[in-house]
Design a protein around this ligand. Structure first.
Ligand SMILES: *Cc1c(COP(=O)(O)O)cnc(C)c1O
Length: 374
């Protein structure tokens, strides 16, 4: 018997979430962002649910190879561009489009030997201060690229630092608009939060001059995986997103606690009344964060309850008070959808771990078996 823990990937949820993006940005083409092994889901497992995307965006050249191996002939974009000269040969061989964010990458292109010019996305640094050319250097970078025989079409791109928060995108959009004015080429600006929060109805465009900077290509990641980019201001349900990953494990033991009995390492939880607890076959070695305190939400047989005591390497203990019929063999849903349809949003667990849904998905451990739902 394998250990009774399973992650389930839901292809129908990808189709639903992708539709959701298309409704929010009806005129844009969609890069499905599948970096970090499709946010921990597995590129091969999400591919079918995402094949109606217009392209795939990622950073790792080995992942680009995997997308081509799946038979994808459409666009693939390297979000950080190439890391060394010989990566350009792979770009030529696999027909990859790549981001250019620094002069060193232009130097590499200038000495790249190819008969087939490459499509590049020139990145502007509009305030995040990680990658990209400063606005006042942007035009010079464009001019230099445009003169290279190795370069075909140049698209223009930026990445917002505050699309999910109160600062918003207007100021960074204005920087982008001013520094790219009159430059030809398609634009790509928006991540998930910008798509959901800052897409302006074309009828209202006159009231929102910044919206004149349209995104020809949007770059959703986290929305496709059914987590809210701006939790807790909005939940996944508020945005009508569906979870794409369920993590569930069985109860392998139960205990009856007397008043003042404690649970787990450090005896951090002490019962204030007699209660039953269940021991779940999932721990931090599976990717369930150890920092989750007593009270972190969990479903048992689809009924909401809470964790009690410390998370250990292979086990979690849960309060069975709301589910008296549960016992050994019952299913605990750590996040995602239970068999009765009840959803525990990954964001509700992430917030208890002082992090975001992104990190929990990406942190699913290799030892957890994964199944793709029908
Ligand atoms: C990861 C990434 C995205 C997707 O971000 P989400 O918040 O997951 O939508 C978009 N653009 C770039 C450049 C990225 O690196």
């Amino acid at each position: 018997m394998p250990r009774p823990i399973l992650a389930t990937i839901h292809p129908a949820a990808f189709r639903h979430n992708l539709e959701r993006v298309r409704r929010a940005a009806p005129d844009a083409r969609v890069w499905a962002v599948v970096k970090a092994n499709a946010y921990g889901h597995g590129i091969e497992r999400v591919f079918d649910g995402m094949r109606s995307a217009d392209g795939f965006a990622l950073l790792d050249l080995a992942e680009a190879q995997r997308v081509r191996d799946l038979g994808w002939r459409g666009p693939i974009l390297l979000l950080e561009g190439v890391f060394e000269q010989r990566d350009l040969e792979l770009c030529s061989r696999l027909d990859l489009w790549h981001t250019v964010h620094c002069n060193e990458q232009i130097d590499m292109l200038a000495t790249h030997k190819t008969n087939v010019p490459q499509r590049v996305f020139l990145k502007m640094n509009v305030g995040m201060n990680r990658l990209g050319f400063m606005p006042e250097r942007y035009r010079a970078a464009w001019t230099r690229l445009n003169a290279l025989p190795q370069v075909d079409e140049i698209s223009l791109m930026c990445h917002f630092s505050d699309a999910d928060g109160p600062r918003g995108v207007a100021q960074q959009m204005a920087v982008f608009a001013a520094a790219s004015r009159d430059l030809p080429g398609e634009r790509s600006l928006s991540n998930s939060a910008a798509i959901l929060r800052h897409t302006v109805d074309p009828a209202q465009a006159a009231l929102h001059p910044e919206a004149l900077v349209v995104s020809d290509w949007v770059r959703p990641g986290i929305v496709l995986y059914g987590s809210a980019p701006d939790y807790p201001e909005h939940s996944a349900a508020d945005w009508a997103l569906q979870p794409t990953m369920t993590l569930a494990a069985k109860i392998i033991a139960t205990q009856a606690l007397d008043t003042r009995a404690s649970v787990g390492y450090g005896s951090s939880f002490v019962a204030d009344k007699p209660m039953r607890i269940g021991v779940v076959a999932c721990g931090y070695a599976d990717g369930y964060p150890r920092i989750c305190p007593t009270g972190t939400p969990v479903l048992v047989d689809g009924v909401p309850t809470r964790t009690v005591g410390r998370v250990s390497m292979d086990m979690i203990t849960v309060d069975l008070t709301p589910v008296p019929q549960a016992g050994v063999g019952s299913t605990a849903t750590l996040w995602g959808r239970a068999a009765n349809g009840t959803v525990l949003p990954i964001d509700d667990v992430a917030v208890c771990a002082q992090t975001v849904g992104y990190e929990l998905m990406c942190g699913l451990a290799l030892r957890v078996p994964v199944e793709v739902a029908a």
